[in-house]
Ligand binder design. Structure first.
Ligand code: VGL
Ligand code: ZN
Length: 202
């Protein structure tokens, strides 16, 4: 068992991010066996769940004429416009059935504000509105976060960079993540995380 100051953060292992889902990450489901085993190793385990209303502004369908995977200029910066995914209460938003959800101590839902996307488990994409996660971790004396899940180049990366900014030691288990890889975004994410002193482990 890892020491009491360490938490495992499992990002967005939901049906829509797995093969057959609305925003499928290639091989997204292949990490689940390892993630379930990791949950046995950590004293604290947090799951994140992408949780959007149907009118969410990150959906291309809510921008007239916009194609999925195009980029829009939002008040808070550039935003990729995604296919509709993880709509609250739909099967696509459920955790993948193979994920051992019962082992989780806390679930963070993110992306419920229709006006702002939220890749990170800690903040919405405007970097202003905070989730409950930092307070939950601090309240338990946790100062080291290990991250696994989907997608490496979006929600995993943004969560890792925010965790560093908040003062956590951060490890990302690359082999327990899979990437969307839009125009080289997986390699860009590796570089950005290494520059920020995130430890990348296999
Ligand atoms: C994610 C795109 C849109 C992710 C969530 O979990 O990485 N990516 N929403
Ligand atoms: Zn999303």
């Amino acid at each position: 068992m890892r020491p009491a100051n360490e938490a495992l953060l499992v990002v967005d292992i939901q049906n829509d991010f797995c093969p057959g889902g609305a925003l499928a990450v290639p091989e997204g489901d292949t990490i689940i066996t390892r993630v379930n085993a990791l949950m046995e190793e950590f004293p604290h385990r947090v799951l994140t769940q992408d949780w959007h209303p149907a009118d969410h502004s990150s959906f291309a369908s809510n921008h007239a004429g916009a194609a999925p995977f195009s980029v829009a200029d939002m008040a808070y910066g550039a935003q990729v416009l995604w296919p509709d995914h993880c709509v609250q209460g739909t099967a696509g938003a459920d955790f993948h059935p193979a994920l051992d959800v019962a082992k989780a101590d806390f679930v963070v839902r993110k992306g419920a504000n229709p006006a702002v996307d939220s890749y990170s488990a800690f903040f919405e994409n405007d970097h202003e509105t905070e989730t409950e996660l930092d307070a939950w971790l601090r309240g338990r004396g946790i100062d080291h976060v290990t991250i696994a899940g989907l997608a490496f180049d979006f929600c995993v990366q943004w969560s890792a960079l925010d965790a560093v900014r908040l003062g956590y030691a951060v490890t990302v288990l690359e082999g327990a993540c899979r990437a969307i890889d839009l125009h080289g975004s997986a390699e860009d994410a590796r570089t950005a995380m290494l520059d920020a002193n995130v430890v990348l482990e296999p």
